[in-house]
Write a protein that binds this ligand. Structure first.
Ligand SMILES: NC(=O)c1ccc[n+]([C@@H]2O[C@H](COP(=O)([O-])OP(=O)(O)OC[C@H]3O[C@@H](n4cnc5c(N)ncnc54)[C@H](OP(=O)(O)O)[C@@H]3O)[C@@H](O)[C@H]2O)c1
Length: 248
């Protein structure tokens, strides 16, 4: 293990996905990257890819809706002995569902990963960052949002309810922990990500968006890095990102 500090990316799945792109981007900055997701094969694959390039990563399997898994995740991060410089809550799933078909179980499971997991992860991460003090010049906790963070579209009631709540969580944390030196920011992805989730799951929809109709995962990851790099005299709390030709 090398690197002077660490980055924890929560919600990593396929190689062609935002979580994986975030891991690769922060690993390029000589940080030890903790690649965290709920599917062991996926997170191990991403960690191996990063290590094979000479950068440094470690996989952590955790279901971010479970307090015990979050606690194990933080023990691994803390056990590295490296100060945690940046954490990103990227976990999320989405699927359209007519409102009258949404069962309480569907609604609750969507809320658990979009909002409750963000709460549990934030508490654990912030506790650790505060314990570690100013061991790193910068400390950030960043969140991945969506169009649904701002508006509830038809057939996306459960998703928008969860993402909207996560945005409010991020705002409250920014106001409480910003003055303590921790940069909290929320990134609204206002469009479709060029990743496996949508490209493989909804190929016809993607075809309809045409050339350059999707957000590139590496371009998004670059924005997360820029946010984290900001000087504290000029912090951004929220940004939105969309393809140049997106209708909004
Ligand atoms: N895809 C889009 O077009 C789009 C648009 C706007 C916003 N977003 C947001 O952008 C973020 C990334 O989306 P993405 O599609 O590119 O996905 P991604 O970053 O490739 O992967 C996110 C991962 O979160 C993981 N996850 C889900 N539930 C989890 C849990 N309980 N515990 C731990 N990990 C869990 C999933 O793992 P498994 O693969 O193992 O299930 C998934 O692969 C999400 O927050 C999403 O809401 C996506």
């Amino acid at each position: 293990m090398t690197g002077k500090t660490s980055a924890l990316i929560m919600g990593v799945g396929p190689e062609q996905g935002l979580g994986a792109a975030l891991c690769k981007r922060f690993a390029k900055e000589n940080m030890q990257v903790f690649v965290c997701g709920r599917t062991t094969e996926k997170v191990e694959h991403i960690a191996e890819l990063i290590n094979s390039t000479g950068d440094h990563a470690q996989a952590i399997t955790a279901d971010l809706t479970k307090e015990t898994d979050i606690s194990t995740m933080i023990d691994v991060v803390n056990g590295s002995g490296l100060p945690l410089e940046v954490a990103i809550y990227n976990a999320g799933n989405n699927r359209p569902e007519p409102f009258l078909d949404i069962t309480p179980e569907i609604f609750e499971s969507m809320w658990r990963i979009l909002c409750m997991g963000g709460f549990l992860a934030s508490q654990a991460v912030l506790n650790l960052m505060l314990q570690q003090g100013d061991a790193t010049p910068k400390r950030s906790l960043l969140f991945t949002g969506a169009s649904g963070s701002l508006r509830g579209k038809a057939n996306f009631a459960a998703f928008a309810a969860g993402k909207g709540a996560l945005r409010m969580l991020a705002q409250s944390l920014a106001r409480e922990f910003g003055p303590q030196g921790i940069h909290i920011a929320h990134v609204i992805i206002d469009g479709v990500i060029n990743g496996d989730k949508v490209v493989k799951g909804y190929p016809d929809f993607v075809a309809g968006l045409g050339e350059d109709g999707l957000l590139d995962i590496h371009a998004i990851a670059e924005n997360f890095w820029t946010l984290h790099s900001q000087e504290r005299s000029a912090w951004t709390q929220e940004i939105d990102l969309r393809p140049f030709k997106e209708n909004f």
